[in-house]
Ligand binder design. Structure first.
Ligand SMILES: Cc1ncc(C[n+]2csc(CCOP(=O)(O)OP(=O)(O)O)c2C)c(N)n1
Ligand SMILES: [Mg+2]
Length: 802
């Protein structure tokens, strides 16, 4: 049914163009694309007059023009075509948008399909709704310019480029019915994280996982430059993508009808191929990696916008990246240009009298939860199923008395994780991630119940590799992080274990995820998702094989910058406390939990019930190590982290021997956030509680796992801060003995004893003699390690005695 003024009027189709779209269908899709483009330009520019029912004037235009046009028409085109295949095939599909700066596109489409208005009813399908839609974009009190958490259907803001494909794969794992369409900007494709993530196809099991359809958007430009992938010869690009294992289909052009047909053809062929791959694997087993299809879409940046402005090329140029026409007040002719641009989409044909999209166009969108803006996978909290958790007490290390046993904390945790894996095999919602280090980090018990995902060729000597493995290892921290984020954002659970020093590689990805969580907490319609859990091990104090390059405890400094209600940092002192903390983290929602724990054999201090009590408070006085029962201590020996805790206890032992009358209180901190004031962090101790533990006037010698400054930063507002003396990592050490690492950074027992002598009044001449003895020990230590290559027997054999 078409009328002369209807958008269904077939666009003049150049002869000789073939494709799956009938002329009316092509015309309707082109009109839908026009509508989305119109709404996108409207969002960037208009405050009022949303349907251009009056001539455009300056007061209809926003005073500050903010946003990104260049990528937007391409994103709109793709969305329009994805709607077609979703409807045609009843696909369960979400859309991950790498160039997330094209926020107007997705807001426009979710508005057109109705999912936007269901969440934000004020933005209604009428003229008033359009006015609000336009005004709110990049406007104070409104919405951000990117595909941020505020945008329905998004699991990926795209503000920081590089993570689209790894997020898409994370969403697809264990979602066999889901197809994730993923647009990758050609500039984004130059980033390291994106480049590594092409390899994700080697980890996707066609029988048990969903599919990812990458669409490389070759619009030719970034902000101020051409892109490499758009300028290298086509055959090199094709070889590159084929080398990564993909089967690319090229769609190229700048004539709408031709591009519509070509894109529809490419999507049909790609989705047919995906369906065939999945059918085959699901019937006959997933024995190898298929060559998955992808699309390369080469269309002009800023397509359909002004071709030239004042003689300079805009369309098909980087100059279209942000807002092509600015400073309209000073250049009235630009206002005319803007009006011509907006009217070129012929809004009067697209929206009815009330301002609603014409029904025959609205019908092009899928309905219900098939709309990409309403797909529950993109609001993963709606789909979360709790993990089935074993009782962590079953894995407890027997600790008859503090110091009586040794254990490797992460190996103990590995057994718990193995059983978490086992218990959730059927619901397929738990995975472990790590950059080639899960075994090195002693989590290899997991391989008793599952393998590492591997769909490439097999060698008879391989170990623990299988196409249906659930431990994900690729030597790209970015890819691990991106996969895990995608997995969590779609409502599943996981844990990322990393060498402590190298987790910094994903500092920025952590930032973005923490920001995402902070924002979603403020959006009632976004349901809470499982927390992002980091286990940082092979930590700074035990770099036996490696040395200085592998030493860096600074990730936690970085993490605590983020909103307090999103981050947690735990430093369990031994295996049982690690079990308790891990249980808590795996059950939590909407947090980033950072757990730092050693993997080496180490003394154990807490039996499991003591660990439960200690971790519940997060910080506490260890009465069994203290002798201040009669009142205020002479000194507080505080510690956080397994190695610093050991050194503190060894120092306390020395103090007992040398100063039997000295009253010493030992405080251990598991939950670093307890140190912050309650006003700053929900786990912060009240001042009263803090003062009760740390006193208001006694010296506190705090032995810390990380950089000392962090403890000062967290406690700066506490009454006793002036008496706080913090020892921690001082950027010293190399490949040396464990105790020498402590000595070089001055967190060692002998140095701690000297700290006490220096800070507690009244130790007199005895104090001087003991200080001298401690210094002598340090000299003896230095000579011994250089001569024998190992620590003094009195150090290695020391154990806490009840
Ligand atoms: C990691 C990162 N570096 C730099 C930027 C700044 N930036 C924003 S958009 C952009 C260009 C993106 O080009 P492309 O991926 O081709 O997207 P297009 O707009 O062309 O679709 C850049 C460099 C960023 N957002 N993220
Ligand atoms: Mg580009």
């Amino acid at each position: 049914m078409t009328t002369a003024t209807s958008p269904l009027e077939p666009a003049p189709t150049p002869t000789g163009i073939e494709g799956p779209l009938s002329a009316p269908e092509l015309a309707r899709m082109n009109a839908y694309w026009r509508a989305a483009n119109y709404l996108s330009v409207g969002q960037i520019y208009l405050l009022d007059n949303p349907l251009l029912r009056e001539p455009l004037s300056l007061e209809h235009v926003k005073p500050r023009l903010l946003g990104h046009w260049g990528t937007t028409p391409g994103l709109n085109l793709i969305y329009t075509h994805l709607n077609r295949v979703i409807k045609g095939r009843d696909l369960d599909m979400i859309y991950v948008i790498g160039p997330g700066h094209g926020g107007p596109a997705i807001v426009a489409h979710t508005y057109l399909e109705g999912s936007y208005g269901e969440i934000y009813p004020d933005v209604s399908s009428d003229e008033e709704g359009l006015r609000r839609l336009f005004k709110q974009f990049s406007f104070p009190g409104g919405i951000p310019s990117h595909v941020a958490p505020e945008v329905p259907g998004s699991i990926h803001e795209g503000g920081e480029l590089g993570y689209a494909l790894s997020h898409a794969f994370g969403a697809a794992f264990d979602n066999p019915d889901l197809t994730v369409a993923c647009v990758i900007g050609d500039g984004e494709a130059e980033t390291g994280p994106l480049a590594a993530s092409w390899h994700s196809n080697k980890f996707l099991n066609p029988a048990d996982d969903g599919a990812v359809l990458p669409i490389l958007h070759l619009n030719g430009y970034k902000i101020h430059n051409p892109t490499l992938l758009a300028r290298i010869p086509r055959e090199e690009l094709e070889s590159l993508l084929r080398g990564y294992g993909w089967k690319p289909r090229f769609v190229e052009g700048s004539e709408p009808a031709q591009v519509h047909q070509a894109l529809a053809t490419a999507l049909d062929a790609s989705l047919d191929e995906i369906a065939a791959i999945q059918r085959d694997a699901r019937e006959r087993g997933a024995s190898h990696r298929p060559q998955w299809p992808m699309v390369v879409l080469r269309t002009p940046k800023g397509w359909t916008g002004p071709a030239r402005i004042e003689g300079r090329r805009i369309e098909d140029h980087w100059r279209s990246h942000q807002v092509p026409l600015t400073d309209l007040a000073a250049h009235p002719e630009r206002l005319d240009e803007l009006e011509r641009w907006l009217r070129s989409y012929r809004p009067e044909e697209l929206f009815d009298e009330d301002g609603a999209l014409h029904t025959e166009l609205a019908e092009l969108a899928p309905t219900g939860t098939r709309r990409m803006g309403a797909n529950p996978h993109a609001n993963g909290g709606e789909l979360v199923r709790d993990l089935r958790m074993p009782d962590f007490r079953r894995y407890a290390v027997d600790v008859p008395s503090p110091g009586a046993t040794t254990a490797e904390a992460t190996r103990v945790l590995g057994r718990l994780l193995r059983d978490v894996m086992q218990l959730n095999l059927r619901q397929r919602n738990f995975r472990l991630f790590g950059a080639d280090e899960n075994a090195s980090n002693r989590l290899d018990a997991a391989y008793d119940v599952t393998a590492k995902t591997w769909l490439e060729g097999a060698s008879p000597d391989d170990e623990n590799l299988a196409s249906d493995g659930r431990v994900m290892e690729i030597l790209s921290e970015h890819t691990c992080q991106g996969w895990l984020e995608g997995y969590l954002l779609t409502g599943r659970h996981g844990l990322f274990s990393s060498y402590e020093a190298f987790i910094h590689i994903v500092d920025s990805m952590f930032n973005q995820h923490a920001k995402w969580l902070k924002t979603t907490r403020e959006l009632s319609w976004r349901r809470p998702i499982p927390s992002l859990n980091y286990l940082l091990t092979s930590h700074v104090w035990r770099q036996d094989h490696n040395g200085f390059s592998h030493q860096d405890p600074g990730f936690i400094d970085h993490v605590v910058n983020k909103k307090a209600d999103v981050v947690r940092v735990y430093l369990p002192p031994d295996a049982n406390s690690l079990l308790v903390v891990a249980d808590r983290c795996l059950r939590s929602r909407n947090l980033v939990n950072v757990v730092v724990a050693g993997k080496q054999s180490a003394q154990q201090f807490l039996d499991i019930e003591a660990a439960v009590r200690h971790c519940a408070r997060g910080v506490g006085i260890w009465d069994w190590a203290s002798n201040d029962q009669d009142g205020e201590p002479d000194v507080v020996m505080a510690c956080a982290g397994d190695v610093p805790t050991l050194e503190t206890l060894a120092a306390v032992d020395l103090l007992r021997r040398h100063f039997p009358g000295l009253s010493v209180r030992v405080v251990n901190v598991v939950d670093l956030m307890t140190l912050q004031p309650l006003t700053e962090h929900p786990h912060g101790l009240s001042d009263r509680e803090f003062d009760a533990i740390f006193t208001t006037d006694r010296p506190v010698i705090f032995n810390f796992h990380g950089y000392p400054w962090l403890i000062h930063r967290l406690t700066s507002q506490r009454a006793n801060h002036a008496n706080l003396h913090v020892r921690g990592y001082r950027e010293e050490g190399t490949t040396t003995t464990p105790f020498d690492m402590a000595v070089r950074n001055e967190i060692d027992r002998f140095g701690l004893v000297c700290d006490v002598i220096d800070r507690v009044d009244g130790l007199g001449a005895r104090g001087d003699r003991v200080r001298q003895a401690m210094r002598a020990k340090l000299v003896e230590h230095a000579e011994h390690v250089c001569r024998y290559g190992e620590d003094l027997p009195e150090v290695t054999q020391w154990a806490w005695q009840a």
